[in-house]
Design a protein around this ligand. Structure first.
Ligand code: PMP
Length: 382
């Protein structure tokens, strides 16, 4: 008979109590299917997740390919839908090739670990997304972390290295507060010093650059040598999935070496087709990003926030419990906003993170701004 001893996971209860005492307990909260709330917590910046053409494409893909991709990309998990989306994405981004992963997280993990390993250097920005940070940790490369957008520090780290190969990683739009990184300067630094620059455009595609092609395109760097672009289908493209775009040699290398590509089930065909249809909507209406940015500006003006450089409006509250209370206040009034606390943001900078959508009417935005204002006032953050 099996003897059951004391539960070796009993420490979880103590840890949960400590997390709760710090006001940092987290819980997934279900939103309603009908979307009666006004959702300003999502990353569906262009509102395309519910666009009729996107929904229809996803439904057709389920009918054609089934509910899942059924295996890893290298076995039978690649469909024509995957290949078509990759070709179109590459064309849109101005790169020779692209490779789709089943999430943006896994695209970053795969790209970083396939491009840097033991004996290499990675220079990583403190604002880089957790998936890039985790890629750095898994890579076994030496990692130098520099302050957000500190191009001189990047140059120093690259110039002083003993390693031959070096990779610089950054978000183009920092995910927490929506600020833009100095991509042109970082590219010059990397290029001058023989390093590759990997730019995560997750929050930039559909939001910035010509026709929503991102910050890299805005800087005139599309397809530049030594530049690797990663991104997601889970934000402006309203679906799910991630990608890496660059040279054909890069795509081939990732297929051979990126473990999060090789050992992961391929992206669901419905997500592929939905994202591809969303890309089509964006191509057909290249003004969409401008519409979004206009809405962002009017919302920011209404809540007295600084001019945001993307779709993200960050409203600092400070205390984590107060931030949660303010977010709950909004929710009680039918408005969903993001609430970011440590470890997602530094201590003392807990905040509401409001993401604007291009499909919201100006009057709706103003009434939302009034609610957010009251919520901030109720916790003394005004
Ligand atoms: N990069 C950035 C900058 C992100 O903000 C996120 C996620 N929110 C990701 C990558 C990961 O993308 P995904 O959610 O598609 O895994």
């Amino acid at each position: 008979m099996t003897v059951v001893h004391a539960d070796p996971l009993s420490w979880l209860t103590d840890e949960a109590a400590a997390i709760a005492a710090a006001g940092l307990h987290r819980q997934p909260v279900a939103r309603t299917a009908t979307g009666t709330e006004i959702n300003l917590a999502s990353n569906d910046y262009l509102g395309l997740s519910r666009h009729p053409a996107v929904i229809a494409a996803a439904q057709d893909a389920v009918a054609t390919w089934g509910a899942g991709s059924t295996s890893s990309r290298l076995v039978v998990g690649t469909t024509q839908a995957h290949l078509d989306f990759e070709d179109d994405l590459a064309d849109f981004l101005g790169t020779p090739a692209a490779l789709v992963f089943s999430s943006g997280y896994l695209a970053n993990l795969g790209a970083v670990t396939a491009l840097a390993g033991r004996g290499d250097l990675i220079v990583s920005d403190t604002g880089a997304h957790a998936s890039l940070i985790d890629g750095c940790r898994l890579s076994r490369a030496r990692v130098v972390v520099v302050e957000r957008g500190d191009v001189d520090a990047v140059r120093r780290a690259l110039a002083g290295r003993a390693e031959q190969r070096a990779l610089v990683v950054t978000d183009s739009i920092y995910s927490i507060d929506g600020e833009v990184a100095p991509i042109a300067e970082l590219y010059s630094a990397a290029n001058d010093l023989g390093a590759t620059l990997l730019v995560d455009e997750a929050h930039a595609v559909g939001v910035r650059g010509p026709g929503g092609r991102g910050v890299v395109a805005e800087c005139g760097l599309s397809g530049a040598p030594g530049l690797v672009v990663t991104g997601v289908a889970s934000k402006s493209l309203g679906a799910q999935g991630g990608f890496v775009a660059g040279s054909t040699a890069l795509r081939a290398h990732l297929i051979d070496r990126a473990r999060s590509f090789i050992f992961d089930t391929g992206l669901n065909p419905a997500a592929v087709a939905g994202a591809h249809a969303a890309l089509g909507v964006l191509r057909a209406d290249p003004q969409l990003p401008q519409t979004l940015r206009g809405s962002v500006q009017s919302f920011a003006d209404a809540v007295g926030a600084l001019a945001p450089q993307s779709a993200v409006v960050s409203l600092i509250v400070g205390d984590p419990v107060a931030a949660v209370t303010a977010a709950e206040h909004c929710r009680a009034e039918g408005i969903l906003v993001g609430c970011f606390r440590p470890p997602s943001v530094p201590a003392g900078t807990s905040r509401l993170r409001v993401t604007i959508r291009a499909d919201l009417a100006p009057a709706t935005l103003l009434s939302v701004a009034a609610v957010v204002d009251r919520a901030l006032e109720s916790v003394g953050a005004r």
